[in-house]
Design a protein around this ligand. Structure first.
Ligand code: RIB
Ligand code: CA
Length: 323
């Protein structure tokens, strides 16, 4: 585990994605964190589009020193459900006009880069998945020692005690690859789940989002260009003037865990083909009858609530807005 003074070294696995973009800029603006690499995955858009967006975001933030490794183009055991373009736009960035990236990915796949960096720095790297968990699962399968060499995993995904957003049962990242998620929640390392239980409690209002856009900064100008699409989806789908802070909640937790409430239970993921596919199920009490399908699973720290004002202020402050 990195010392208190040294920045926390993280690899962000991402499907940018508008809220992914906010989370990446938030992390890059936080000296407590050292973003070692970005790895890309399908989800909000097809992987190739997410990869271009990851490269673009690092160019905008003038951090092309950070490597980008492209990951899986589809889930472990089913075909890609298709992009959430109705939420993030066909280009994954609110259909804002974007120049093509001028940099390229590294040769490693996402799983190869994750394994290589984690095994070279035992106990130092925290994985921060913001999309379907395919790359993480592939890395865990390819290197059985990976979990023991990670500092931990802080992921956005799942819904333990509330309904889903991609289906009544499941959250978008988990339903994107339930088989991968069930593997990841079984990994023997510290896992924190920032699921809908907490992220749908954290709202950044339209007025606050307008403040981000007014910052005289190239990152803010990009967010000003991509947020209207996401805000329109929130307003039309749930009457919300603002956005739920999904991906950035992982970054807020890494920076200020004291602002969060949590419970700890083992988790299994419904990998069936029924209505519950993709649901994350905590075992809150011992199995009463029949086999315990959670047996041997580690406790997952499930975030259940947050000091909303504090975490919104934290993110806005790092994005250049002083409330
Ligand atoms: O359910 C929200 C999650 O799905 C976020 O990670 C968002 O970017 C989408 O990937
Ligand atoms: Ca995401």
């Amino acid at each position: 585990m990195a010392s208190a003074a040294a920045p926390r070294r993280i690899i962000i696995d991402t499907d940018p994605g508008i809220d992914d973009a906010m989370a990446i800029f938030f992390a890059l603006a936080s000296p407590e964190l050292d973003v070692v690499a970005l790895t890309t995955v399908f989800g909000n858009a097809r992987t190739s589009i997410c990869t271009d967006n990851a490269l673009r975001l690092l160019e905008i933030a003038e951090r092309t020193d950070i490597p980008v490794a492209e990951g899986a183009h589809g889930p472990l055991a089913m075909s890609f459900r298709g992009p959430a373009d109705f939420v993030h736009g066909a280009n994954g960035q609110g259909d804002a006009p974007l120049a093509p990236p001028t940099t390229s990915v590294v040769n490693d796949t996402a799983a190869e880069l994750i394994i290589e960096r984690a095994m070279a720095a035992p106990g130092e790297i925290t994985l921060v998945p913001l999309g379907p968990l395919t790359n993480i699962a592939r890395a865990l399968q390819a290197e059985p020692r990976l979990a023991a060499n990670l500092a931990g995993i802080v992921l956005m995904g799942g819904n333990a005690f509330c309904g889903g957003n991609a289906s009544p049962a499941a959250e978008a990242n988990i339903i994107g690859d339930p088989e991968a998620a069930d593997i990841v929640f079984g990994a023997e390392c510290p896992i924190v789940m920032a699921g809908l239980d907490v992220t749908e409690r954290i709202v950044m209002t339209g007025a606050q989002l307008d403040l981000i856009g007014s910052v005289d900064d190239v990152r803010a100008r990009h967010l000003r260009a991509i947020l209207p699409y996401y805000r329109r989806f929130a307003l039309e789908s749930s009457g919300l003037d603002g956005i739920h802070v999904h991906d950035s909640t992982t970054i807020s937790y890494l920076l200020a865990p004291q602002h969060f409430a949590s419970v700890r239970y083992p988790i299994r993921v419904d990998t069936g083909d029924g209505v519950g596919r993709g649901k994350t199920w905590p075992r809150t009490r011992p199995a009463q009858h029949g086999p315990d399908l959670w047996a041997g699973r580690p406790l997952v720290t499930i975030l259940t609530d947050a000091d909303v004002d504090a975490v919104v202020r934290l993110e806005l402050g790092r994005l250049g807005v002083e409330l």
